[in-house]
Design a protein around this ligand. Structure first.
Ligand code: ADP
Ligand code: MG
Length: 163
C-alpha cells in the first residue's frame, strides 16, 4: 500500500494509531512526522512508545531544547525533534545515520525541515482539522513502508471514514 489516510477524533485515537505502528515496527524503521505545532506529532510518538513497551517512567515529550531523546523498549526508540535544527550538517554531527540504520525505531518530528536529507520508510503528514480532529496521511517510501501501511490499514479500528 502506497498511501493511507485516516482521521482521528481525539488524542487517544492518534496515540492508538501510533501504538499499532510501534507494535508492528522492526529494527531499522524510520518514520518522519510532519505537521504544524500542535498537530499531534508528539502525541503519535507517545503511542509508538507505548507500542514498543517503553515504560511510563520514560515519557515521550516535545523536547524543545533536546534534538534527540532515547527511550528503551522492545526496540530502542530514537525520538528526534528537528525544530531547532537549521543545517543538515548538524544532523550528521548528531550521528543521525548511525541511529537511523541501527537497531531501533527512529521517529523524526519536524522532518519536513530537512526532508531531502533523510532516508525513511514512512512519511506521516498530520493536519489540524478541528480542535479534536486530525487528518493523518501515511505515505510509504520503500517496500518496508508499504508493508507497514498495509498492516496499519488492515488493523486500525478507527478513522476508517472521514469525520
Ligand atoms: P506536535 O508535537 O505536533 O507539536 P503535540 O502532540 O505536542 O503536537 O500536541 C497535539 C495537541 O493537540 C495536544 O494538546 C493534544 O491533546 C491535542 N489534540 C486534540 N485532538 C487531537 C487528535 N485527534 N490527535 C492528536 N492530538 C490532538
Ligand atoms: Mg512535538
Amino acid at each position: 500500500m502506497e498511501r493511507w489516510e485516516t482521521t482521528t477524533g481525539a488524542p487517544e485515537e492518534t496515540r492508538e494509531l501510533g501504538k499499532l505502528l510501534g507494535e508492528f515496527a522492526a529494527a531499522g524503521l524510520v518514520v518522519l512526522l510532519n505537521g504544524d505545532l500542535g498537530a499531534g506529532k508528539t502525541c503519535f510518538a507517545q503511542g509508538v512508545a507505548s507500542g514498543l513497551g517503553v515504560s511510563s517512567a520514560s515519557p515521550v515529550t516535545s523536547p524543545s531544547y533536546t534534538l534527540l531523546n532515547i527511550h528503551s523498549g522492545r526496540l530502542p526508540l530514537y525520538h528526534f525533534d528537528l525544530y531547532r535544527l537549521s543545517q543538515v550538517d548538524d544532523l550528521a554531527d548528531l550521528g543521525y545515520d548511525e541511529f537511523a540504520e541501527g537497531d531501533g525505531l527512529t521517529l523524526v518530528e519536524w522532518a519536513d525541515r530537512m526532508t531531502d536529507a533523510l532516508a525513511a520508510s514512512v512519511d506521516v503528514f498530520i493536519e489540524h482539522l478541528t480542535e479534536q480532529h486530525r487528518k493523518l496521511c501515511f505515505v510509504a517510501l520503500d517496500d518496508r513502508g508499504r508493508d507497514l501501511l498495509a498492516q496499519l490499514a488492515g488493523t486500525a479500528q478507527i478513522g476508517d471514514e472521514p469525520a
